[in-house]
Design a binder for this molecule. Sequence first.
Ligand SMILES: [Zn+2]
Length: 416
Amino acid sequence: MELVKRRITYCLYLTSEQHQLMLEFLRLHCELYNAAVQERRDAWTLRGISSTKADQEKQLVAIKEARPELIPLGGHALQETLRRVDLAFQAFFRRVKAGETPGFPRFKSWKRFSGWTYKSTSSWRFFPGEKKHGVLELDGIGRLRMRGEPRQLGEIKTLTISHKRGRWYASIVIACMPEREHRTAGIGFDWGIERLLTFDDGTGVENPRFLKKSERKLKALGRAASRKKRGSKNRKKAVAKLGQQHERIASLREDFLHQQSAELVGRAALLATKKLAVANMTRSARGTVEAPGKNVRQKAGLNKSILDGAPAAFLGMVRYKAAEAGIALVEAPTRMIKPSQTCPACGRQQKKTLAERVHRCACGCVLPRDQASAQVCLHYALSLSEPGIGPGVEGASPPAKHETATEYAPAYLGER
Ligand SMILES: [Zn+2]
């Protein structure tokens, strides 16, 4: 078998001193990036030539002499930043060649600069498992604590440091023997009491018939018990019978949920669903207890619907099974992303009543309600940049985000 490359993303936990040092690295990389963009723009507009990555790499020696603060960043990392400029210009020239009139690659603000990459393993060291999840040591910065659980380790290739919304991430690319290669799917799912699961592709899992049937039987036993005279022997018998039946059903339900959750976790690389609201779990339990006479409270424990708790129990199982398997389960914040009111195709939000089982959007998207909601959750999960999620996970791609790119005055190297 051939080695495959895999990216593992860790969250970094920095001291404020380390954070400042990292910001300084980020500014320097960004400054180098902008200077390289400027030089290439000038070469093109003033002399009509395209300077190459090799030309720019040669200049690095002189640049480092003039700006010794760049040295701790590591030669390979600086070259990688130049390579990013090169990629941007390659795309630019491809479009010029194709007869288009693209804008020049833009200057970047350090606040929006994504980070930097160490192409080789010089200038950094990785100690997996140290201090629980691992420690990353960067030249010029120090030892950084990290969090994230790799599924598999292998030969370490490159490291990319990224900075997003004030948080730092380390993505390590490793080469390893493929393992569980079928698990590349990002799966979104929604759940309910009518139908236990609906996946983002429209397939799903019904509540098994035996559960619905047993539920009717349980209710009948409950009614029978409540008809017997209080304190009578017959009543005790009936209540015991009810309890036995309930236990039997509970264990069947448990088995079914274990089976379904294991199956789901087994075929996913990333799972996404909506967050379970605690109110939903308690409300339905209360609501299903009818009030025939006086013994409501005693019966409440036994008589509550066996299906009511299924989503919560299922989610609990998926949570720990996913954690054991080292795959991410994203529970989307329901109030924020409104999975059942958002169009997975265009992002438009429109209220639906509970009775509306079909999602119909002005953009032409028509889907079963739960499938649409599962897709919205999956899109949300794929848009995150958290440990364990990222490139390599397949799934429906989220609606494109529009970047508001701003141009910034270039900062010339050597002018400070
Ligand atoms: Zn739409």
